[in-house]
Ligand binder design. Structure first.
Ligand code: SF4
Length: 374
């Protein structure tokens, strides 16, 4: 079983905090990009990457950028060649990312022609001043209406992304963001603490002293509120930043955290063979479209210690934790010795031979993860 990721790097405008690869180019570049995606798909299946061939695809994720900007006929073409190239499991989870302002009855109607069964929506906040500050194109009412339109159209599996720790964001604004999200009948919530990524406009503002990072204690309280509100609403906290109603964990993202193979198509997309080879397509749409043979990319073969570090980093973020039995004996001993202080102070616990973060440990997860790494 593999997962398939397709990157659609188109945005109408750039949000000030975002460092995902995307371009504001539009028009016929989209059709040429879909042609190039099909070409890459074929080349990857024909080439030495053909470990992906004959394997069932159990999750598909169309991410971006803003996939909801792609005209419906192009989205349909994309799914046509994906359907011809892979054997897709009948119960596959098929997600498309969408911005609230692109969601309309017509768009949802066109989505019915595709296998999409899950919509992931970048809402970020329901505060209009904060949305404007972030240069988001939608307002709070559009986000609320978009979720309802999806549900009315039969897309009950809707995930929302929120961000906390925004400059100037108060505790009460964050509480109403979480409460508003949970009141919408969504199945999944991803909530990320704002990071100031190098090269973004927000980072430049920080360096110029125009904005300040959120107070650490306030961010901690916001996360605490998020955990308790989602728990009361019946959500499972299955990864540090992810919460889901039972049965609605993101199967696609879980494959990243469980180290299973995935094929990434598109400019800037990443792939992993499930063993030790990672591949990153270069984030350059013009070079991607122009490539007649192999698209520009870099590969990396992970060393034993890099594999160990990734294993620790990804597994400890999940509620399942680190399955110690999957580590070679030497690594298991190393991990347990490094974990000892955190087991003693109650930040880590052992459950069925899995090393897990406790509720207390989750607040210092980055420090714990770095202590366990080599
Ligand atoms: S957050 Fe989404 S819409 Fe905004 S620039 Fe990034 S990819 Fe585009």
């Amino acid at each position: 079983m593999i997962s398939l990721y397709v990157h659609l790097p188109f945005c109408r405008s750039r949000c000030i905090y975002c460092d995902f690869y995307s371009t504001t180019l539009q028009g016929d570049v989209m059709a040429r990009y879909v042609d190039a995606l099909e070409r890459e798909c074929q080349q990857r299946l024909d080439g030495k990457d053909n470990i992906y061939k004959c394997t069932r695809v159990h999750t598909i994720y169309i991410g971006g950028g803003t996939p909801s900007l792609l005209p419906p006929d192009l989205l349909q073409r994309l799914f046509d060649f994906v359907g011809k190239s892979f054997s897709i499991a009948p119960d596959a989870e098929v997600t498309v990312e969408a911005n609230p302002d692109d969601i309309s009855r017509q768009w949802l109607q066109s989505l019915k022609e595709t296998p999409v069964n899950r919509i992931s929506m970048g809402v970020q906040t329901f505060s209009n001043p904060l949305l404007r500050f972030l240069s988001r194109r939608h307002d709070a009412q559009q986000a609320i209406s978009a979720v309802r339109l999806c549900q009315e159209a039969g897309y009950g599996n809707v995930s929302i992304d929120l961000i906390y720790g925004l400059p100037g964001q108060t505790m009460s604004q964050w509480q109403s963001d979480v409460e508003q999200a949970l009141s919408l009948g969504i199945t999944h919530l991803s909530a990320y603490s704002l990071t100031f990524e190098e090269g973004t406009r927000l980072d430049t503002m920080l360096r110029k002293g125009l904005v300040e990072e959120a107070d650490e204690e306030l961010s901690r309280q916001m996360y605490h509120f998020l955990m308790s509100a989602t728990e009361k609403a019946g959500f499972q906290h299955y990864e540090i930043s992810n919460f889901a109603k039972p049965g609605f964990h993101s199967r696609h993202n879980s494959c990243y955290w469980q180290g299973t193979p995935y094929l990434g198509l598109g400019a800037g997309a990443h792939s992993y063979d499930g063993e030790r080879t990672r591949r990153a397509n270069l984030p350059d749409i013009k070079a991607y479209i122009a490539a007649s043979a192999d698209v520009p990319h870099e590969t990396e073969v992970l060393s034993d210690s890099e594999l160990y570090d990734e294993f620790i980093m990804t597994r400890l973020r999940t509620a399942v934790g680190i399955p110690l039995s999957e580590l070679p004996l030497q690594d298991r001993n190393y991990c347990l010795a490094a974990a000892e202080p955190h087991l003693s102070n109650g930040r880590l616990c052992l459950r069925d031979d899995h090393l897990c973060l406790t509720k207390q440990g989750i607040f210092t997860s980055n420090d714990i993860i770095s202590d366990l790494m080599k």
